[in-house]
Design a binder for this molecule. Structure first.
Ligand code: PYL
Ligand code: MG
Length: 259
């Protein structure tokens, strides 16, 4: 999985503002509104304990402070623990945290200690970016393309199937594709079919995964990025709206899903 760098997290509030404007324009709702409808929850006065974790590649300098910004932006009370790892966990729980946010290199979780609800960033991110794509007001049909069937794309495809969309998907890993066909009932996307889509969920760790033959003239591409799957020249040549932001939208989905 691609790890965030401090550079990815620069100007997070500006990235959020720009993307929220696009989301509102193309779906009719902003991130808050979509999360409230999606999960049926509204943030109350809950305390969020943010615990830096030193495992693996270790602490990302502005990751915890980014989580604090996001927690407060969505109206929750956040606090970064003074200590990391298990000491930090003990500190957060002792100080009355209702929700714990912590991430190592493989798993980033939100855990509501009061309700016992837990969610991974992969699932919450797949679901919210799928939801955004599916709400494209100018969509030409219920056909939607999912590029990438790893932990994020699989969760997004499952969510879209549950919502009754015609999900076409591709992944270079044949096993991932076969698993999604068997377990979710998605249709394998073949470029030879020359089928074009007005809604795309891109969930891969690669750049330029979207090619010209995949999209309609008017299209919404929804992706957590890192890097961007839409080649700039295609974004310019067609009337493509791009929703791409590295952390805030996925964490909002995590928080709304466990509150
Ligand atoms: C959650 C992000 C989204 C994409 N990749 C994921 C990632 O970078 N995970 C690693 C997060 C490490 C955080 C570090 C810290 O600062 O606590 N352990
Ligand atoms: Mg990507």
């Amino acid at each position: 999985m691609a790890l965030l760098t401090p550079r990815d997290l620069e100007n997070l509030s500006m990235q959020l503002e720009e993307n929220d404007e696009t989301i509102k324009r193309v779906t009719g709702l902003d991130v808050r509104g979509i999360c409230e409808e999606l999960y049926g929850t509204k943030p109350g006065s809950l305390k969020v304990g943010i615990i830096p974790i030193t495992a693996g590649d270790g602490i990302i300098s502005n990751f915890a402070s980014s989580l604090l910004f996001i927690t407060q932006y969505f109206g929750l009370e956040g606090a970064i623990t003074e200590h990391s790892d298990m000491t930090g966990y003990y500190e957060a729980v002792s100080q009355g945290a209702d929700i714990i946010l912590m991430a190592d290199d493989h798993m980033f979780v939100a855990h509501n200690l009061r309700k016992g609800k837990i969610v991974s960033n992969h699932v919450a991110t797949g679901i919210i970016y799928a939801e955004i794509a599916s709400r494209f007001r100018e969509a030409s049909s219920k056909d939607i393309l999912v590029i990438g069937l790893g932990r994020v794309g699989y969760a997004g495809a499952a969510h879209l199937m549950k919502k009754g969309f015609n999900v076409y998907a591709c992944d270079p890993n044949r096993g991932f594709l076969e698993k999604a066909v068997k377990e979710l009932g998605i249709k394998p996307y073949c470029s030879e079919d020359r089928k074009r889509f007005s809604m795309v969920l891109e969930a891969t760790p690669n750049a330029n995964t979207i090619s010209e033959g995949m999209i309609e003239e008017r299209c919404l591409v929804s992706t957590p990025g890192i890097p961007c799957g839409l080649p700039p020249e295609i974004g310019k040549k067609y009337r493509v709206d791009l929703v791409m932001e590295p952390l805030v939208i996925g964490v909002a989905s995590m928080l709304y899903s466990v509150i």
